[in-house]
Ligand binder design. Structure first.
Ligand code: ZZB
Length: 260
């Protein structure tokens, strides 16, 4: 899997993270939360950034002033992909648990929400996939739509401010079958009522991927009016050129053969 690893600059730490990280990052250093995405063309619609509350994250030195927040596993992989200064070495300067990051304010490149977006909890983040950090695009990702709806509904339970989960969901892609916000359409059509409806959400994700990629037309940004298929590599390249993203590949997973 070739992901786009996006750099979400931390603008303001949540109080618990601030305390944990005190003295560990130089005052002129910049920390980026780094989600891995397969849909760079949807980055205009980012409304928050998810972490797994029980997942442990590391902060790794990427260059003289830049630091990346990802899982240890992702950092190890990145070390062999030319992401850090020294091949094979991921220098960890601090550790922080996902729950302590909730409420952190980050800048999401390309997002229409220019004042930044919040770090919020997502129970279904897989610790062994991507970077363990997930950027949320509720217009086009059914998982993200179901999660932000749940977060807004139970803001007190999650210990967040309701408005953090209620940033406007603009349309990024128009599709012939599912309209302007295919995630919301599919969540309703498949009667998904919670982020825990994983079976229906997997189905919705498949449908959204296919329809978005093959039939979708961009509704925002520099490539507005172009097919998603054409716009996707161009948006990705722009993010690379701007220094706002880099390529990240997941090592091959071992596939167990049924014939033994
Ligand atoms: C933004 C985005 C916008 C995404 C969209 C999807 C969609 P896949 O297909 O199963 O490999 N993701 C990345 N890492 C994790 C993780 N550790 N745990 C849970 N989810 C994760 O999934 C790749 C997508 O799953 C990634 O692309 C990311 O969400 C999320 F409009 O980034 B995506 C129809 C999907 N649309």
């Amino acid at each position: 899997q070739e992901y786009t690893a996006l750099k979400l600059k931390v603008l303001e730490w949540a109080p618990k993270a601030e305390e944990t990280l005190k003295g560990k990052i130089p005052s002129d250093g910049t920390v980026f939360m780094v989600p891995a995405t397969l849909r760079p063309e949807t980055m205009y619609g980012q409304t928050c950034c998810f972490v797994g509350p029980k997942i442990n994250y590391g902060i790794f030195k990427a260059s003289e002033k830049d630091y990346y927040l990802v899982t240890d596993r992702a950092a190890r992989n990145m070390a062999y992909q030319g992401v850090f200064a020294k091949e094979g070495v991921a220098e960890k300067v601090a550790e922080v648990q996902g729950s302590d990051l909730i409420g952190t304010l980050v800048n999401a490149p390309l997002s229409v929400h220019k004042d930044g977006v919040r770090v919020l909890p997502m129970e279904t983040v897989v610790p062994t996939k991507g970077t363990g950090v997930v950027t949320s695009v509720p217009s086009d990702s059914p998982d993200d739509f179901a999660t932000v709806a749940d977060l807004a509904k139970k803001a007190d339970y999650y210990g967040i401010k309701k408005e953090w989960a209620e940033l406007e969901i603009i349309s990024i892609i128009t599709t012939p079958s599912y309209g302007d916000r295919c995630a919301e359409f599919l969540v309703k059509k498949l009667k998904i009522s919670s982020p825990k409806d994983t079976k229906q959400l997997d189905e919705a994700k498949e449908l959204a991927y296919k329809e978005g990629f093959y039939q979708g037309v961009m509704n925002v940004g520099e490539f507005k009016g172009e097919k998603v298929e054409a716009a996707k590599p161009k948006v990705r390249q722009q993010l690379f050129d701007a220094g706002e993203a880099f390529a990240y590949s997941e090592p091959e997973r071992k596939v167990v053969s049924r014939s033994g």
